[in-house]
Each structure stands twice: as structure tokens, then as C-alpha cells.
Ligand binder design. Structure first.
Ligand SMILES: [Zn+2]
Length: 320
């Protein structure tokens, strides 16, 4: 079963775990899928984006005689879930996602799923009319019923080993990590990345205070002994606690910048995002506006700032 070693985009992580790096035409430019060896085939963690290139890579792997037992998803975002339906429909491979992930899939099936975030952006002063990007394939890729669902704390077999499904919301409401105590391996998806700080997102009315959730997710992971963390993008992380601390400090630095930005006058998230990221220029990045919105919501929840609505637009000022 060493066929996987013949592929340049595949790297061996442990005796039974392989990392497959798949190109992504946007965002992080690549993503990591993991193949975990099992008696009845490999368990695939995350699939890559829906693309000809991605399908070619997986077809090549299957044509080499590598059997795939099932697909398990860390969360519902397009780069992770993109080929799940293709695996299920074209190859009869069962797909597993969390119960919350399935809720998110059903939400994405609706044509107007982007409306909520567009309204949110406008409410936070977005006057540039940029909107969250969707995939042109959304109508296809989210149109399936998972074969199995899991919940927080549930044991789940990945390859030959038992893992624990750990709910780690923040980057997305449905984000899960998988932890294997025996070898202290954790599949961390987009909870922790080696080079960049994962964006913390509001995607539906259910996402109340995702940055707070994100920090709680860090606390959950910190309590476990992890000697190797396998992220959804970039390099494998050896000291996950240290990396989480760096990410947390990065957020704290931004939170302080935001507090400074509003010390003399009330401002919108849009204005503050422009000042912080764009050095005063109007910025055009939806993720940066989103990051600023989730941070203001967090700051308000801990009593550091207060919001006020003027003509339907939220302004933040220091809480006294
Ligand atoms: Zn993601």
C-alpha cells in the first residue's frame, strides 16, 4: 500500500496518515486532505474544492488501486467539502459531517444564503457593496444528504484508529477537530494554521459571538496533549499550543488597535477596518471587514465598547 508515496503531492505524516496537498484557485491557494489507512480502505478527511484538477487528482489516486472507505469533513466550507457529493455520487463513497455541518449544508442549499451576510456588512457601514464570495457550483456541491452525522464528544473511527470528534466553532459554526489520544494526533482543520490566523466568521443569524467561541475552542484544545496537529492548509504544526497563543496575541493586538481607533469618536466596523488594514484608505477585503465585525461584537460582549444604531448603521464607541 505504498502507492501513495509515488505521488509528488502526497506526503507521509505517520505510518498510517498521508497528507495530500490540493491546489485551490482562491484564498489559501492550496488545502490539505488527509488519508488515514484502514482495513477496508482509507478514510479521507476533507476533499478539496470542486474543480477538474481536484477530480483528476482523486481519480488518479483511486485508479492506482487506493480504496477509499469514507469521507469525513471538518466543516462545510467549499474548499473542504467541495468534492464530497462527487465522492458520494460518482464513487459510492459515504460522506460524514457533523449535525451542525448538515444544518449549514441545508442553509447553503437556499439561493439567498448570502443575504444575511450582505445585510450584516451594510449594517456595519459597508458602503463599497462588496459581498461574500460564493462558489458558482454551490447549487451542486451542497445538494446532497450525508450518510452519517456526528456530534461533540462522539467517538469516530478514522482509518483503523478511534478518534474523538471535538466541536471547535469560531472559523465556522460547525467546525470539528478529531483527536486520537494514543498517538496524540489531532486533525485541526481551519482552527489553527501555521502561517496565517484563520478568519473568524459570521455566516448566519445563529453565529452570535464567534470570536468568543473561537477562544473557547482554543481552551478545549489546550487541555489535550497534542504532539502533532494536522491543519487544513499549510504545514503540519508541532507545537499547537504555542501557535494558538500566537494567534490569540494577534487578535489581542487588533482588539487594542480597534479600541484606540474609536477613543475620540464613534465609528463603524467598516471605517475601523479601513483604518487598521488599509492605512486610512478604503479597503476592499470582505474577510478584513468580517474580522473587524466579529472583534467588535466580542469587545462589546466583554464590556469594552458599546454600540449605537444611527440610521440603521452600527457605530462603536468606548464603554465608560
Ligand atoms: Zn474554512
Amino acid at each position: 500500500m505504498n502507492k501513495l508515496n509515488q505521488l509528488s503531492m502526497v506526503k507521509k505524516v505517520t505510518e498510517d496518515i498521508y497528507l495530500l496537498s490540493i491546489p485551490v484557485p482562491f484564498g489559501m491557494k492550496q488545502m490539505n486532505c488527509y488519508l488515514l489507512r484502514g482495513e477496508s480502505g482509507f478514510t479521507v478527511i476533507d476533499t478539496g474544492v470542486y474543480s477538474i484538477e481536484g477530480m483528476d487528482i482523486w481519480s488518479r489516486i483511486m485508479d492506482m488501486g487506493v480504496a477509499i472507505e469514507k469521507v469525513v469533513l471538518t466543516h462545510y466550507h467549499v474548499d473542504h467539502l467541495g468534492l464530497a457529493k462527487w465522492f458520494q455520487e460518482k464513487h459510492g463513497v459515504p460522506v460524514y459531517i457533523s449535525n451542525i455541518g448538515y444544518r449549514e449544508i441545508k442553509r447553503r442549499q437556499k439561493k439567498d444564503y448570502r443575504e444575511y451576510v450582505i445585510r450584516l456588512f451594510n449594517q456595519h457601514g459597508n458602503s463599497d457593496h462588496y459581498s461574500p464570495r460564493g462558489s458558482e457550483y454551490d447549487q451542486y456541491i451542497y445538494d446532497f444528504i450525508p450518510n452519517g452525522l456526528f456530534d461533540e464528544g462522539q467517538p469516530i473511527r478514522l482509518g483503523n484508529e478511534m478518534y474523538e470528534a471535538i466541536w471547535t466553532p469560531g472559523h465556522s459554526a460547525d467546525h470539528f477537530c478529531f483527536y486520537q489520544q494514543k498517538q496524540q494526533i489531532m486533525i485541526v482543520g481551519d482552527l489553527v494554521l501555521d502561517k496565517i490566523s484563520p478568519v473568524v466568521l459570521i455566516e448566519s443569524p445563529q453565529d452570535i459571538n464567534p470570536l468568543k467561541e473561537y477562544f473557547i475552542s482554543f481552551e478545549k484544545v489546550e487541555k489535550l496533549n497534542v504532539s502533532i496537529a494536522l491543519p487544513g492548509h499549510g504545514k503540519v504544526i508541532e507545537n499547537v499550543n504555542k501557535r494558538m497563543e500566537e494567534i490569540r496575541l494577534g487578535h489581542e493586538h487588533r482588539l487594542e488597535e480597534m479600541i484606540t481607533a474609536i477613543k475620540d469618536e464613534a465609528k463603524t466596523s467598516f471605517k475601523v477596518a479601513g483604518e487598521i488594514y488599509g492605512k486610512g484608505k478604503t479597503h476592499k477585503s470582505a474577510p478584513q471587514l468580517m474580522a473587524t465585525i466579529t472583534r467588535f461584537i466580542y469587545l462589546e460582549s466583554i464590556g469594552k465598547v458599546k454600540s449605537q444604531i444611527r440610521d440603521g448603521i452600527l457605530f462603536y464607541s468606548l464603554a465608560k
